[in-house]
Design a protein around this ligand. Structure first.
Ligand code: ADP
Ligand code: MG
Length: 278
């Protein structure tokens, strides 16, 4: 995979002349990390002092009761919280040696390289083909055969190609929920990201579609670093390498998934995974 930076292009007027600090995640086994991250909605502190590192080509699950800040934290990882009025961030989020919130980081590059899939499938009201080709076309790829190739490759990676190859120009909205979610994954993959953020991607799906998404995550981790929010504990145990347990805006415990689920260190983690609350 070609190395891409997230700084503004050379002739971009908004480029700032800041020095890149030497930071730990230039080490090759960490894709990104947060350091002392706080997120506020107005006065409300939704994320409190979270420092986590995400291993490259690993699957990290974020678990915890509803309302404890999992989505807020995930959205901060590719600056989706910029879209929320009143939302403010302190601390750092380091990706490729740069704080993604620093003036020198380009938000479009950040979101291109750190893709996101939401809880409810949200395909555009366009054809299957256009859903996948939209991002690359917008980022300057105009050549038809090149776009065809990206569309096919992305749909294959999202395990959807065989089901849609004969109806690429039909509306995406006619697909089932599970197919729409895989289409949203294909749409993110088409941007050639390095990190994929998934916010409860299977929670609106039936068990068969959920199984397909879980299988797909196992395939995708070969190419991408995956950070997934799930409230389904069995799912976290099945698909992730590492797990962070969130509680009231903090990470109470982080470790290898097997350890978290078999031998948690913290009592609150133990109560949660044994179903005593949440
Ligand atoms: P989770 O994904 O773990 O269920 P969220 O990140 O959605 O938790 O929410 C964490 C806290 O932040 C909750 O108290 C929630 O009410 C609050 N919150 C989330 N989104 C917003 C928002 N856009 N404006 C104000 N408060 C919000
Ligand atoms: Mg959530």
């Amino acid at each position: 995979m070609a190395t891409q930076t997230i700084v503004h292009k050379k002739n971009d007027k908004s480029k700032r002349l800041a020095q890149v600090k030497s930071v730990p995640n230039l080490e090759k086994d960490i894709a990104m990390e947060t350091e002392g991250l706080y997120v506020y909605y107005g006065q409300k502190e939704a994320i409190k002092n979270i420092s986590l590192s995400f291993p490259k080509n690993g699957v990290t699950a974020l678990i915890g009761p509803s309302g404890c800040g999992k989505s807020t934290y995930l959205r901060s990882l590719n600056r989706m919280n910029d879209e929320i009025e009143n939302c403010r961030i302190e601390g750092s989020i380091i990706y490729k040696g740069i704080d993604i919130n620093s003036p020198m980081a380009n938000v479009f590059e950040v979101r291109k390289q750190i893709g996101m899939v939401f809880q409810r499938p949200n395909p555009f009201a366009k054809s299957i083909y256009k859903n996948v080709a939209y991002g690359p076309a917008h980022h300057g790829i105009k050549n038809k055969s090149q776009l065809d190739e990206i569309v096919e490759d992305s749909l294959r990676k999202a395990a959807l190609w065989d089901e849609v190859k004969d109806k690429l120009h039909q509306s995406a909205l006619a697909l089932s929920g599970g197919q729409q979610q895989r289409l949203c994954i294909a749409r993110a993959v088409a941007m050639n990201p390095e990190v994929l953020l998934l916010d409860e991607p299977a929670s609106a799906l039936d068990p068969v579609s959920t199984g397909k998404i879980e299988e797909l995550i196992g395939e995708l981790k070969k190419d991408y670093t995956i950070i997934i929010v799930t409230h389904n504990m069995q799912q976290a145990a099945r698909i992730s390498d590492n797990t962070a347990f969130f509680y009231m805006g903090e990470v109470v415990e982080y470790g290898e998934t097997e350890q978290i689920f078999t031998n948690p260190n913290n009592e609150r983690t133990e109560n949660y995974i044994s179903g005593n609350f949440g």
